[in-house]
Write a protein that binds this ligand. Structure first.
Ligand SMILES: Nc1nc2c(c(=O)[nH]1)N[C@H]1C(S)=C(S)[C@@H](COP(=O)(O)OP(=O)(O)OC[C@H]3O[C@@H](n4cnc5c(=O)[nH]c(N)nc54)[C@H](O)[C@@H]3O)O[C@H]1N2
Ligand SMILES: Nc1nc2c(c(=O)[nH]1)N[C@H]1C(S)=C(S)[C@@H](COP(=O)(O)OP(=O)(O)OC[C@H]3O[C@@H](n4cnc5c(=O)[nH]c(N)nc54)[C@H](O)[C@@H]3O)O[C@H]1N2
Ligand code: SF4
Ligand SMILES: [Mo]
Length: 595
């Protein structure tokens, strides 16, 4: 049996074993207790149900891999050029192409389409974004699922939530919300304000953990003053929650072992960093850091403490708003910017104008269709790699299971291009793999990521645990006032209403991979349309034709189009968060129009 791990972008990073005689049959590995022998259907879709690109192409013509690599090498001599990497495969070896950018004057991207704002907020408060191990979650009494659709996006955590008191804070009635003891169906983008008001009431009731705060977060009185700059009544009206809701939640959180399971949903906003800072501040007041069965879990920095041989300092562009048209050549690796980036009409128009658009991936997608050069990748069973995870601590070697004539690995691709450009070769593949593996922390039978701590922040904050927790002390939110939105308001104020657009993940796809979903918009009953009606969903950035599905569980001000629906990002805004260069998919309101 050969050991590997699921490469897909998912909290769970499951362990996988493969019989080399039947390499296409994958089974869940039992070596890491977290995923415990089970896999989900996505991996099967990844491997068996989605057609691969088998032949390289140059300007529409099938060519040999050698010819295609020659064309890439020529294209990368055209300056400036940009490498845009997505998250189709989360193996560390994907990043080897940074070394290519470094030696051939390529520009990289910075920030994230995913968790960058939240991560920036956490780093500002705690110094580093450490993983809360699932074993601590299992020891809790109360779990607050805060903008994470655990049942769908993080299914292996479910056994760890068994028998806990569950609170859900989510504008949608998610599967876990149906089972929760308390569900606050908060107004989208209201989480910063909710956390601030909870913190304020907690201190007003003198229920904060003074002993812990004195030792680890001594500026809590100043933070209390900061919370007092927000008006309680105005906030409650804004987030559409009542004093009873606040009281109920505070009662459940006091003197208990509490974990906040925070998802990407709360921070897809310009203010996403502040949201995580406010949630962290609330956790600090409750004294939840560094104690058994307590803590805040977000998408952790899986490479914390790792000396990554692929880290390269070169010029960068923000990933959410990458100005592709500045570049003569663009290399897209493991992603689908034409569909996954916000404001996709802008993105497509700019990608179309790039002289040499190179797509290096496994499947055809909206980006490969625009590309001048298409390079098929090897899949995860055909190359060597290492998997770390943003949801658990284990470091897993991804062994090659079989050889195939299709595609090229990211390592070989980099080496081949360097050779063609007469540059110094990079080190052997084995060297990099061993160098990274050697940094794993041995814990029992397993290796864990170098930043793993059984009880994170027990000794304090910062890299070495010598620092204090830093409370947020300023905040600025301009969403309701941004000029573009004001103009939009004036246009629509006569008759139509505007709705928040949410675009959460579904069980049917991983981001834009696999089958595209039919364009369906889920709308509340009050919008006045019926099931099956054709409508146009319109934002400042574009329009999308959809069929209506009425959902009585929705808030009256919210509509949903799932991520993975073709064209959904036509509607989302081309802005980056104020910290962390994060795409702000949640900062958008739409109208529903008759065609
Ligand atoms: N099946 C499946 N699993 C996946 C993925 C996938 O595409 N499909 N993608 C993977 C990736 S890349 C990621 S980043 C993770 C993300 O996993 P999650 O963090 O679960 O991400 P989302 O689905 O974006 O959002 C989670 C929840 O946030 C809620 N939400 C939206 N806006 C707000 C808000 O303003 N406040 C609050 N409180 N809640 C809000 C949504 O209603 C949703 O229920 O999942 C990973 N797992
Ligand atoms: N509206 C809206 N948009 C979103 C989100 C949202 O919640 N709402 N979520 C955002 C988030 S969290 C994320 S992470 C991004 C993801 O967006 P992207 O990073 O663009 O990822 P995918 O759309 O999953 O595209 C992955 C591609 O990687 C390729 N691939 C797979 N395996 C390999 C491999 O081994 N090697 C190579 N070279 N290629 C491979 C496949 O061809 C696949 O098409 O989308 C973001 N977009
Ligand atoms: S749960 Fe996530 S990591 Fe596990 S097999 Fe499914 S997609 Fe892969
Ligand atoms: Mo993501």
């Amino acid at each position: 049996m050969i050991q590997t791990a699921c490469p897909l972008d998912c909290f769970d990073a499951c362990s996988v074993v493969c019989d080399s005689n039947h390499p296409q049959k994958l089974v869940g590995g039992h070596n890491i207790p977290y995923t415990n022998g089970t896999l989900c259907a996505h991996l099967y879709k990844h491997l068996h149900e989605t057609d691969r690109i088998e032949k390289p192409r140059v300007r529409g013509k099938e060519v040999s891999m050698d010819e295609a690599l020659d064309a890439v090498a020529d294209a990368l001599q055209e300056k400036p050029w940009l490498l845009w990497r997505g998250s189709g495969n989360l193996g560390i070896m994907q990043k080897v192409t940074n070394l290519l950018a470094k030696s051939c004057d390529g520009v990289l991207t910075r920030g994230s389409l995913c968790d960058g704002a939240g991560d920036a907020g956490i780093v500002a408060s705690r110094g580093v974004n450490r993983l809360l191990p699932p074993e601590q979650i299992a020891k809790s009494e109360v779990v607050v699922v805060w903008g994470r659709n655990v049942t769908i996006t993080n299914s292996h955590i479910m056994p760890y939530l068994k028998d806990k008191e569950i609170v859900v804070i989510d504008p949608l009635v998610t599967p876990i919300a149906k089972k929760a003891k308390l569900h606050l169906q908060i107004r989208p983008r209201g989480d910063f304000y909710l956390a601030i008001i909870l913190a304020r009431f907690l201190m007003m009731e003198d229920a904060h953990d003074k002993e812990w705060l004195e030792e680890f977060a001594s500026e809590y009185e100043e933070f209390y003053e900061f919370t007092r700059t927000f008006r309680i009544k105005a906030i409650l009206e804004h987030i559409e929650l009542s004093l009873n809701d606040i009281g109920d939640l505070l009662l459940m959180l006091q003197k208990r072992r509490v974990v906040f399971l925070v998802g990407a949903g709360v921070q897809r906003h310009e203010i996403g960093d502040s949201t995580l800072r406010a949630i962290d501040a609330l956790a600090a007041l409750l004294g939840l850091f560094g104690k058994e069965g307590c803590g805040v879990s977000f998408l952790a920095d899986s490479q914390l403490g790792l000396e990554n041989p692929f880290d390269a300092t070169t010029k960068t562009e923000p990933i959410a708003t990458t100005p592709f048209s500045k570049y003569k050549s663009v290399l897209v690796q493991g992603g689908n910017p034409a569909e996954s980036m916000p404001c996709s009409l802008r993105v497509k128009e700019e990608l179309e104008g790039v002289e040499n658009l190179i797509y290096f991936g496994l499947y055809e997608n909206e980006t490969s269709q625009l590309a001048d050069i298409v390079i098929p990748a090897k899949n995860f069973l055909e190359k060597e790699d290492i998997r770390l995870s943003y949801g658990h601590q284990y470091m897993q070697k991804m062994n090659r299971v079989y050889n195939s004539n299709i595609g090229i690995s990211e390592y070989d691709f980099s080496q081949e291009i360097l050779k063609r450009l007469a540059k110094e070769p990079i080190k052997d593949e084995e060297y990099y793999i061993n160098y990274i593996l050697s940094q794993g922390k041995k814990v029992g039978e397993n290796y864990c990521s170098p930043g793993y701590q059984e009880l994170p922040y027990r000794d304090g904050f910062g890299e070495d645990g010598n620092d204090e927790f830093e409370f947020i002390d300023d905040f600025y939110d301009d969403f309701e006032n941004i000029k573009a939105l004001r103009n939009f308001r004036q246009k629509v104020k006569k008759s139509e209403t505007e709705y928040w657009l949410l675009t959460p993940k579904t069980g049917k796809t991983i981001n834009t991979q696999f089958n595209k979903l039919e364009a369906i918009v889920h709308i509340p009953k009050v919008a006045g349309f019926g099931n099956g009606d054709e409508v146009i969903i319109k934002s400042l950035w574009g329009e999308l034709h959809c069929k209506v599905k009425v959902d009585e569980t929705l808030r009256e001000d919210t509509v949903v189009i799932y991520m993975g629906t073709k064209g959904v990002n036509i509607l989302t805004p081309p802005i980056s968060s104020s910290e962390g260069d994060m795409a702000c998919y949640g900062d958008v309101k739409v109208e529903i129009l008759k065609p």
